[in-house]
Design a binder for this molecule. Structure first.
Ligand SMILES: Nc1nc2c(ncn2[C@@H]2O[C@H](COP(=O)(O)OP(=O)(O)OP(=O)(O)O)[C@@H](O)[C@H]2O)c(=O)[nH]1
Ligand SMILES: [Mg+2]
Length: 374
């Protein structure tokens, strides 16, 4: 009741409290855990973001689920159209029934809100997917970059064409939409706020990255391991893995990240394991010294290459800072920035749950170290 009559002293008190609250807010904002997902296109950044939501119980809204439902249908049509184009390029002639099915797919209208997947396409998709020549093209397509989610969806057609089909979390995790712009989600892990930022990895998107570079706690950098024998969709010439190494080097050398720790996800290990048996690494990386077809050797080779780039760029910072006069306030600063490499399959929720448990600790620890020097 006393609050109804405000005397000058309570006004002052309120003012003081507001100022204090703003100060606290600024402090916690300064120490906020900001994690940036970086990597070239298709490396799995948005997939990790989706997994973070799944693992930390941030359910997808009904509207999002409906958007994914429509996207998944589009992913299947787009993926099969890409197979058709590849067959044409490779001179693989489809059988008559398959050619007719491909033709039907040239003009599939987009799904409307809540429209059931049109049942006639079930038989069309099955016809195409069951064709041995199409399967031959799909194996070839592992080098030219066919969508990675195609076989996942085509193996679940029965379920997807149910009239009451609602995408599962796994279906959503496998869906693919190129990211344009910058997305941010806020999570609370071990009572700490973590802001996770996802960006687009295509060349045209990379120039936007710099807008997120301030006050980063950790960088989670993704590499598509299965890209070692693939070219970029942007130019069909540059090797995906080489491109990823160039981007990694430029991020590791950026003065913004002189004291930032890196979490390195050498991702798509599942696809790498499959393709390494029939696609020789040495053809694309002549200095590869492991055994041909040996996945373990291949994994270690790429891990070494990425770690070497990190070491080289970290040493360059060290020699520069050794030449600089020591500032008293730089005492206690993280002198050695770290890199934490993991082999991952971002679509595998169980595996990512395990890896992220370590990653969360790294991020929170980094933030503690950073706050200690603020
Ligand atoms: N099999 C497999 N598929 C993966 C893996 N990681 C991601 N994918 C799939 O690869 C596709 C691309 O993943 P995204 O997460 O969209 O890639 P991105 O890095 O966000 O791509 P941009 O937004 O273009 O920069 C999706 O269909 C994912 O489901 C993996 O480890 N294994
Ligand atoms: Mg993305």
């Amino acid at each position: 009741m006393g609050g109804c009559f405000s005397s000058p002293s309570t006004e002052d008190e309120r003012h003081r409290q507001v100022e204090q609250a703003i100060k606290e807010d600024k402090k916690s904002w300064g120490r906020r855990n900001k994690v940036l997902l970086l990597g070239t296109a298709n490396s799995g950044k948005s997939t990790v973001l989706k997994q973070m939501r799944v693992i930390n119980s941030m359910p997808f809204t009904q509207a999002e689920v409906e958007t994914y439902r429509q996207l998944i249908f589009g992913n299947i049509v787009g993926g099969l159209q890409a197979v058709y184009e590849l067959m044409e390029e490779e001179g693989i002639e489809p059988a008559e029934d398959t050619a007719r099915a491909f033709l039907e797919m040239q003009s599939v209208p987009d799904l409307k809100d809540h429209e059931v997947y049109p049942i006639k396409y079930k038989a069309i998709f099955e016809q195409v997917w069951g064709d041995a020549d199409v399967q031959k093209a799909v194996i070839l397509g592992q080098q030219t970059g066919l969508p990675d989610n195609l076989s996942y969806y085509l193996e679940h057609l029965e379920r997807l064409f149910q009239p009451n089909y609602v995408p599962t979390q796994q279906d959503i995790v496998h869906s693919r939409a190129r990211t344009t712009g910058i997305y941010e989600i806020e999570l609370t892990i071990q009572k700490q706020a973590i802001s996770l930022i996802d960006v687009g990895g295509q060349r045209s998107e990379r120039r936007k990255w710099i807008h997120c570079f301030q006050d980063v706690t950790s960088i989670l950098f993704l590499v598509s391991l299965s890209g070692y024998d693939q070219t970029l969709t942007e130019d069909h010439e540059t090797n995906q893995m080489q491109d990823s190494m160039i981007v990694w080097e430029s991020i590791c050398s950026s003065p913004w990240f002189e004291h930032t720790s890196f979490i390195l996800f050498l991702n798509k290990e599942d696809l790498f394991q499959q393709k390494v048996t029939h696609s020789n690494i040495k053809r694309h990386f002549p200095d590869y010294d492991g055994e041909e077809g040996n996945a373990k050797d291949g994994l270690n080779y790429f891990k070494r290459r990425f770690l070497r780039i990190h070491t080289k760029t970290t040493q360059a910072f060290h020699s520069k800072s050794a030449a600089r006069p020591k500032m008293p306030q730089s005492q206690g600063h993280k002198d050695v920035r770290k890199v934490y490499p993991y082999f991952t399959t971002a679509t595998d929720t169980e595996m990512i749950t395990h890896v992220l448990a370590f990653v969360n600790d790294i991020i929170l620890l980094d933030n503690l170290v950073n706050s200690a020097i603020l």
